[in-house]
Design a protein around this ligand. Sequence first.
Ligand code: ZN
Length: 96
Amino acid sequence: MPRRALRTRSRKRKQVRTPGGRLVTHYFDERPGMPRCGVCGKPLHGIRVEKPSKTSKSERTISRIYGGNVCTSCLEDALVNYAYDLWTAYETQASQ
Ligand SMILES: [Zn+2]
């Protein structure tokens, strides 16, 4: 039985034959999961899935507002709704 920190499916494992003939399992570093949209949960593209220490800032994010947190379709919907709200507020002010 491996120690508790190693007992997870997100670690890659490999069966290795030792010089004495035993078959042992070697555990590798845990891989981070795919980054996902905060609204719909779809996986985000353009972000490298590595340990943060191994990648530069530009590889970890997208240079757009809410880039790396929200997908393009959800951001477009939010911006359209915001513009609509602004427009209706302007219309009600103008009619009074
Ligand atoms: Zn989304």
